[in-house]
Design a protein around this ligand. Sequence first.
Ligand code: NAI
Ligand code: MG
Length: 397
Amino acid sequence: MSKRTIVAMPGDGIGKIVLEECIRLLDAAGFEADYVNGDIGWDFWCKEGNPLPARTIELLEKHKIGLFGAITSKPKDKAEAELAPELRNKGLVYFSPIVTMRQRFKMDICMRPCKAFKGNPLNFIRRTADGGFEEPLVDTMVFRQNTEGLYGGVEWSNAPDIVWDAMMTHKNFEKNFSGHPRNEVFISTRILTKKYSERILRAAFDYAKERNLKGITVCEKPNVIRETSGMILKLAQDIAKKDYPEISVWDTNIDAQMMWLTKNPEDYNVVVSTNMFGDILSDGFAGLVGGLGFASSAQFGESGVAVFEPTHGSAPKYADYEIPIVNPIAMFLSACMMLDYIGEKELSQKIQNAIATVIKEGKVRTYDMMKLRGSQDVIHKGAASTKQMTDAVIAKL
Ligand code: NAI
Ligand code: MG
């Protein structure tokens, strides 16, 4: 195994806690790597006016692989108020470093696995007609287009003339919106390109093909959002016909899909969607397999830079506990995705098996797995600390 350099970006709050534990686990599992620290997050916004300093971008450019904890973001007024005094009134505007990272490195493909572990008390259960219950094991990979669509950042309030005039050429804009004062009209766009739609679809098809799955589900809203959702669904059907004839393309509408999550979630193994719907879907599916403490993700693309991160945030209220209580498993599973990505599949499987064993045995559970409200007390109520969970996984390697 050749030694790798990984850019470790702890970020803020519990991001720092879970990433540290994750590296401890990777070391114990025998993954040979050097970790270089990548600065990112709120502190760097406050101190330097940039939550993603150029030196971190350079590190990612050089080493290509990043492990990321989580960051804190705050609204515009707070962002301005917390800036170092000498940086204020200089026109600095806070922008999410995660979105910057995604766009800068064109990490257009985001994978979010939502897989139930046997024995997890947070798994989805369903009532049966006879009053009993069953626990279908959800195993879904959500493919989310990560750079375009509603999170593409092309937005206006009080649009300039040229934008307003262009909008006015559309009869629906003219009819429904032009009667409002311009400064009371707010525009966020949803732009999709064929190239990046095709890339996310092909990633989903390839995943299904490797696993001999029968189909993929395109979850959009083509009956209403005809130009963009309609395009991606048609593109999926065309690609399937041409290159994946053995794989079916099913389609669901995002609203109905959310309802079906509570009925037959085990029927969806591969779901592919655009940026915002993919974000919603992956949280929805994550809720069926344990929630934020279990939700991992990978993002990668053409530049070769790939970043692996839990989908939870920095949970500031738990950041300063003397004994950290948050669940590190989402971070661990993100690291497993990193190992898969760089070809260390055996090591990844070894760690996943250890996690599965700890969950199945049920002796070591963080507070979320015990359905407790997070507080310093949970340790006295029998919840494992973050470190104890890491130790338990290491013991099963
Ligand atoms: P959050 O994900 O940080 O926390 C929400 C709640 O989920 C927590 O209060 C906690 O009860 C639970 N939770 C989260 N992670 C957990 C874990 N590992 N183990 C057990 N329980 C866990 O979301 P919130 O509170 O909306 O945002 C806090 C900050 O994080 C904000 O500044 C937000 O902007 C940022 N954020 C950052 C993200 C990222 O870095 N990728 C993603 C989401 C939010
Ligand atoms: Mg989200």
